[in-house]
Design a protein around this ligand. Structure first.
Ligand code: PMP
Ligand code: GLN
Length: 381
């Protein structure tokens, strides 16, 4: 077996979803909605299957979707993107991340990453033979430690990987943070890989700003999005990346050997989704914000110290007011088995696994499901 991957167990998402199922728990662990995505989008995918849209599409994605991604980035962010040279359609953001890292990194390159981090980043950095340099945002507000971030950059830095809105914290990086980050990336002649899968899941009137739109960042940023979160279709695995043409060419060389293509009917449907009215995107965020409030209030009543989430599907909660110093993974197991509610331990999002007081609850569920979860917790504690 591969020595690097042998160091990793089964992902926490799979482990906890299986445990939730085994014990009939309300699963607020792995992040997936319990409703179907837009009917008009699903209908196009279904019709595409029946109308002979079933052979290999172009390697970089169908032109219709690449144009839709460019138009989306113009509409929401004022960006000017060449759909044929600067957009690649991937099998989810997961593949886009792998293509970006494998396509750009050489052995010995250093990569700056911000903890807590999504679980696929580190293994890919390591498979590329690159060296991770980790910096932590600190609770309760997940502030960016600017001095530590600056110190993590050095002569070997090739790349920064960041995620805003951020999983699992729900943090949306401020414009000040982004400007600070951009200056470091430019000063070290590095590339930023920005995981922006939650770009449309931003609440309370805030808006997502791609790092790519900051001065001097257009030609040194890879912007990654996914239909999974934007259209509540997490099983589809249709992602996209946007990068300056020379970078996109390097990523394309990795993409061609990873998956080569992504199902054409799904691409066609996502192209339609990206061109839907503004109201679709606004309603998605407003609906999720209401769910966040419902679950946050409920968890506070139960006794958790609930942290603020400005975006994503997720809220972080400090378990200490309820159980004192208990291991977060043990807490998550026991909550599933004994209280019938599943959450995820934050330690799974740290390389050393040493932050053990927080758990992540996912709120992208129907109101009745969130109420059932809170009810179970109220009876348990
Ligand atoms: N990055 C982050 C931060 C995520 O939360 C997820 C899960 N949606 C992914 C990447 C993977 O996205 P996809 O399902 O499109 O591969
Ligand atoms: N992105 C989702 C989450 O963070 C699911 C990831 C997965 O299942 N691999 O929960």
């Amino acid at each position: 077996a591969n020595q690097i991957l042998s160091g990793y167990g089964t992902t926490i998402f799979t482990v906890m979803s299986a445990l939730a199922q085994e014990h009939g728990a309300v699963n607020l662990g792995q992040g997936f909605p319990d409703w179907e995505g837009p009917e008009e989008v699903r209908r196009i995918a279904a019709e595409g299957l029946m109308n002979g849209y079933n052979q290999y599409p172009p390697m970089a994605g169908i032109p219709e979707l690449r144009r839709a991604v460019a138009a989306h980035d113009r509409r929401f962010y004022g960006m000017d993107v060449d759909p044929m040279r600067e957009v690649i359609i991937t099998s989810g953001a997961t593949e886009a991340l792998a293509a970006a890292l494998l396509g750009l990194l050489n052995p010995g390159d250093e990569v700056v990453l911000i903890e807590p981090l999504y679980d696929s980043y580190l293994p890919i950095v390591q498979l590329a033979g690159a060296v991770p340099r980790l910096v932590r945002v600190e609770p309760p507000l997940w502030d960016l430690p600017r001095a530590a971030l600056a110190a993590a950059f050095g002569p070997k830095t090739r790349m920064l990987v960041m995620n805003s809105p951020m999983n699992p914290t729900g943090k949306v990086f401020s414009d000040d943070d982004l400007a600070f980050i951009a200056d470091l990336v430019k000063a070290h002649d590095a590339i930023a890989v920005c995981d922006e899968v939650h770009e449309h899941l931003v609440f309370d009137g805030r808006r997502h700003t791609p790092l790519m739109t900051l001065p001097g960042m257009r030609e040194r940023t890879v912007r990654i999005g996914s239909a999974g979160k934007t259209f509540s279709l997490t099983g589809w695995k249709v992602g996209y990346l946007v990068a300056d043409a020379p970078i996109a060419a390097a990523l394309g060389r990795a993409h061609q050997f990873l998956t080569f293509t992504t199902p054409p009917n799904l691409q066609q449907a996502v192209a339609h989704g990206l061109s839907m009215d503004r109201s679709y995107f606004d309603d998605l965020a407003a609906g999720l914000a209401a769910k966040r409030d419902l679950l946050s209030d409920g968890l506070r009543r139960v006794g958790f110290d609930v942290l603020k989430a400005d975006g994503t599907y997720f809220i972080g909660a400090d378990i200490r007011p309820l159980v004192g110093e208990m291991d977060d993974a043990e807490f998550s197991r026991r909550l599933t088995i004994e209280a019938g509610v599943t959450c995820l331990p934050f330690s799974a999002f740290y390389q050393a696994g040493d932050i053990r007081n927080f758990v992540r609850f996912c709120f992208c569920k129907r109101e009745s499901v969130l109420e059932e979860a809170v009810g179970r917790l109220e009876r348990f504690f």
